[in-house]
Design a protein around this ligand. Structure first.
Ligand SMILES: *[C@@H]1O[C@H](CO)[C@@H](O)[C@H](O)[C@H]1NC(C)=O
Ligand SMILES: *[C@@H]1O[C@H](CO)[C@@H](O)[C@H](O)[C@H]1NC(C)=O
Ligand SMILES: *[C@@H]1O[C@H](CO)[C@@H](O)[C@H](O)[C@H]1NC(C)=O
Ligand SMILES: *[C@@H]1O[C@H](CO)[C@@H](O)[C@H](O)[C@H]1NC(C)=O
Ligand SMILES: *[C@@H]1O[C@H](CO)[C@@H](O)[C@H](O)[C@H]1NC(C)=O
Length: 513
C-alpha cells in the first residue's frame, strides 16, 4: 500500500528519506481493469494455442502450428509463463502447468550430447519455478489448493541446479556457458564466458540456497561473480564498465569492450538487484553498480545530432564509443530507476526516465509502432561518427535513429522500463505509452493461432510473421504489460520496503527477510 498510483493522498506519503518532486500537471494513473483484461485475454489466447499445438514442448510456432524444443524440451513456455498465469489468477492454466512440473525430467536431455545453455536455463526454468513457488507460498497462495504441487516447484528447481552446477567445475570457478547432462554430466570446456552469462546466476542461486537451506548454490555463483566484481586482466574502459569476455581458466578479462546490451546487460542489472535482495550482504555489488552507472552517464549517454532531446546508450571498445544500441538495452531505463529508488538518488531516476522516453521513441517513430532489434544514430559529441545511409537520412532527421536490424522477436525491455517509469512517477502518460506499445504488438504480431515474431517493424504491417513465439512473450511482455494496468499487489514495485525483486526474465523473487 505504499505506492498507490491512483491515490493523490497515498502519493503524498513518500518515504521521508526520498523526495520525489512531482511536476505540476501530471495526470495520476490508476489500475485499469479493461486494459488489464485485454492483456490477460492475449495471454489466454497464446496459452490455448501453445497448449493445443506445442505443450509440453518448448515453443509454439503459431503460424505453422508446430513446435520446437530449443530450450532442451523441458517445456520452457509453460515454466516461463507460470508466474504470469499466477499473477493473473488463472487457476486453470496454473494447475495444468503445476501438474506437468513433477513429470519433467530435469536430470537429462532427450538427445545425447545436447548442449544446455546455463544462462537461459537458469533465467527461464530455475527463475520461473522459484518465483512461482514464492508467489504460491506467499501473496498468491489462494490460486492453488494442493500444496504438494507447489512444493514440487522447489524440488524440481533444485534437481535442475544439481545438474547445471557442473558448469562451475572450471579451473577458476567462472562458469562454463554450456553443459551436457547426457550421457554424462560435463561442461563444454569453453575457454571464455561473457559477463552477462556469468553475472546472471547469482540472484537465482543465492535465492535457491535460501529456500533449500543448502548454501552451495549461492557460494558457487558468488565465486564466479567475484571475478566480475574485482576485475583483472584487460582494464575497465571506465570505472565499473568492464570488458565482455572472461577466461574460465583464470578469471581474467580478455577485452575492454562492452555495452548495456547483449553479452553484458544483465550483469549490470543484477548488481543493483542483489542489493535489493539483501542490502547488508551485497553492498559491494551496489558499489560496483554505482561506479558503472556514473560512468555510463558520463561516457555512454549520447544525444543524436538530429534529436538532441533523446538519450541513447553507446557501446564501447576501450574508451572509443560507438553510437549503436538496440531493443535489449532499453531495459536500462528501468534499472537506473530501480537504483535511484534504492539509493535515494534522484539523478538515477531522472536518467532512467530520460532513457525510457528515448527508447520508447524507437516504437513511436516506426510505421508499425514497434521498436527494432538494432539501431544507430550520429553522436552529437563526435563529429566523425558515421552518417546514416542516404535512404535513411530523412527518417533519421525526424526520429533520431535509423534501423540496422528491423526485426522484432517479442522482446519485453521497452515495456519493462515503462513499467518502472510508471511506478515511480505514477504518471498516466506511462500507462498510455504502454498501451500504445502493447496495442501495436497485439495487432501487428497477431498471426495464426497466437502471436508471432515479425520481420520488419519499419513496415506498417510489421513485414510479415516469422513464426516464432519465444517463452519470454509469456514471462515478460505480457507480465509487464499486465502489471502496468493491474491492481496493487505485493509484487508491484514500491518506493520503499519492496518485498520482491524481478529476475532478468521478469520472475519475481521474495527478497531476503
Ligand atoms: C496433490 O497433488 C499430488 C501430486 O500431483 C497428488 O498426488 C495428490 O493426490 C493431490 N492431492 C489432492 C488433495 O488433490
Ligand atoms: C571436474 O573437472 C575435472 C577436470 O576437468 C574432472 O576430472 C572432474 O570429474 C569434474 N568433476 C565433476 C564433479 O564433474
Ligand atoms: C572489441 O571491439 C573492437 C571494435 O569494435 C573489435 O575490433 C574487437 O574485435 C573487439 N574485441 C573482442 C574481444 O570482441
Ligand atoms: C568518434 O567516431 C569515430 C568514427 O566512428 C571513431 O573512430 C572515434 O574513435 C570516435 N571518438 C570517440 C572519442 O569515441
Ligand atoms: C509520438 O510521436 C509523435 C510525432 O511523431 C508525437 O507527436 C507524440 O507526442 C509522440 N508520442 C509519444 C507518446 O511520445
Amino acid at each position: 500500500m505504499r505506492f498507490i498510483s491512483g491515490s493523490v493522498v497515498a502519493l503524498g506519503l513518500v518515504a521521508p528519506a526520498l523526495a520525489f518532486p512531482r511536476p505540476a500537471g501530471v495526470k495520476r494513473g490508476s489500475p485499469n481493469p479493461t486494459r488489464a483484461a485485454a492483456v490477460k485475454a492475449a495471454f489466454q489466447t497464446s496459452w490455448n494455442a501453445y497448449h493445443q499445438y506445442a505443450f509440453p514442448h518448448d515453443d509454439l510456432h503459431p503460424v505453422s502450428n508446430t513446435y520446437d524444443d530449443e530450450r532442451n524440451g523441458w517445456g520452457s513456455s509453460a515454466i516461463d509463463g507460470l508466474d504470469t498465469a499466477i499473477l493473473m489468477r488463472d487457476s486453470a492454466i496454473v494447475n495444468t502447468i503445476l501438474k506437468r512440473v513433477p513429470q519433467i525430467d530435469f536430470t537429462t536431455t532427450a538427445n545425447a550430447n545436447e548442449g544446455i545453455s546455463v544462462f537461459e536455463t537458469n533465467i527461464r526454468y530455475i527463475g520461473g519455478m522459484l518465483a512461482s513457488y514464492d508467489l504460491l507460498k506467499g501473496p498468491f497462495k489462494s490460486v492453488v489448493k494442493n500444496q504438494t504441487l507447489v512444493d514440487n516447484l522447489l524440488t524440481q528447481a533444485e534437481s535442475l541446479a544439481n545438474g547445471l552446477k557442473v558448469s562451475f567445475n572450471t579451473t577458476s570457478g567462472v562458469p562454463d556457458p554450456t553443459v551436457y547432462f547426457n550421457p554424462t554430466y560435463r561442461n563444454s570446456g569453453t575457454g571464455n564466458n561473457n559477463v552477462a552469462e556469468i553475472g546472471t546466476l547469482v540472484l537465482e542461486w543465492t535465492h535457491l540456497s535460501d529456500l533449500t537451506g543448502n548454501p552451495l548454490y549461492g557460494q558457487l555463483a558468488q565465486k564466479g561473480e567475484s571475478y566480475l566484481l574485482n576485475p583483472t586482466g584487460s582494464p575497465e574502459a571506465w570505472p565499473g564498465l568492464v570488458g565482455t569476455y572472461v577466461s574460465t581458466s583464470n578469471g581474467q578479462f580478455q577485452d575492454s569492450n562492452g555495452s548495456w546490451s547483449a553479452l553484458s546487460d544483465s550483469f549490470y542489472e543484477y548488481l543493483i538487484k542483489m542489493y535489493l535482495y539483501d542490502p547488508d550482504t551485497f553492498g559491494e555489488y551496489k558499489d560496483r553498480w554505482v561506479l558503472a552507472a556514473d560512468s555510463t552517464i558520463a561516457h555512454l549517454a549520447s544525444h543524436p545530432t538530429s534529436r538532441k532531446d533523446l538519450t541513447f546508450l553507446s557501446q564501447y571498445s576501450g574508451q572509443t564509443t560507438s553510437p549503436q544500441s538496440g531493443h535489449l538495452a532499453s531495459f536500462a531505463g528501468g534499472n537506473f530507476i530501480l537504483g535511484g529508488i534504492l539509493l535515494g538518488e534522484q539523478k538515477y531516476i531522472d536518467f532512467g526516465i530520460e532513457l525510457t522516453n528515448s527508447y520508447f521513441d524507437t516504437y513511436n517513430q516506426t510505421a508499425s509502432g514497434i521498436g527494432p532489434e538494432g539501431f544507430q544514430w550520429v553522436d552529437s559529441a563526435n563529429s566523425s561518427s558515421s552518417q546514416p545511409p542516404s535512404s535513411d537520412a530523412g527518417f533519421y532527421n525526424t526520429a533520431g535513429f535509423w534501423v540496422t536490424a528491423p526485426y522484432y522477436i517479442l522482446r519485453p525491455e521497452t515495456l519493462e522500463s515503462i513499467y518502472y517509469s510508471y511506478r515511480i512517477t505514477g504518471d498516466s502518460k506511462y500507462q498510455d505509452i504502454a498501451w500504445e506499445a502493447i496495442s501495436a504488438i497485439l495487432s501487428k504480431c497477431r498471426a495464426g493461432s497466437a502471436y508471432s515474431s515479425l520481420n520488419d517493424v519499419t513496415q506498417a504491417n510489421g513485414g510479415g510473421a516469422s513464426d516464432d513465439m519465444e517463452s519470454f512473450w509469456f514471462a515478460e511482455v505480457l507480465k509487464y504489460a499486465y502489471l502496468i494496468f493491474a491492481e496493487e499487489s505485493d509484487v508491484q514495485l514500491q518506493k520503499s520496503n519492496n518485498k520482491f525483486v524481478f529476475n532478468t526474465e521478469a520472475h519475481p523473487f521474495r527478497i531476503r527477510q
